[in-house]
Design a protein. Structure first.
Length: 150
């Protein structure tokens, strides 16, 4: 199956020791990590909010949401600002923390092994010799919204 997905570019980043990717079209910008203002009485994965040129953006920590060990903030830690279109046509902007950012490029699709099919992972990709988990930001945001409303 090792099909090259050359029509799509992916933005890759690290969470812990695992490489993840999102479609590059969802990434609005990458910011160096800055202090996030916590919002009281929210889920642990909701790190808080930041102000980006007058716009308040919610920051989510996928490491907490996915149950990945949290590493200390370092100079490579970034906040990736993403935009996804919701089912009602509106655009949702949010940030998420990455331990480091790798870059942009094509991935080849790999067959998924048993047990790797989760609602947050759109596909299993390969960048050279490295496996990459391609995230479905729409599904992640739906889950976050569902948990906030319950």
């Amino acid at each position: 199956m090792n099909e090259n997905l050359s029509n799509a570019a992916y933005f890759t980043f690290l969470l812990g020791d695992v490489t993840y990717a999102v479609e590059v079209t969802t990434v609005k910008e990458v910011l160096p990590y800055e202090k996030v203002t916590p919002v009281p009485r929210t889920q642990a994965y909701m790190k808080g909010v930041i102000n980006i040129r007058g716009t308040v953006v919610t920051v989510i920590d996928f490491r907490v949401l996915f149950g990945i060990e949290i590493k200390p903030i370092k100079k490579d830690t970034s906040i990736i600002v993403a935009e996804i279109q919701q089912s009602d046509g509106s655009v949702m902007t949010f940030g998420f923390i990455a331990d480091s950012v790798n870059g942009v490029g094509p991935l080849s699709q790999e067959p998924s092994a048993a047990g790797t099919d989760t609602k947050f992972v759109k596909m299993l990709g390969k960048d050279g010799n490295s496996l990459v988990l391609v995230l479905d930001l729409g599904m992640i945001f739906e889950e976050v919204e569902k948990r906030l409303n319950s």
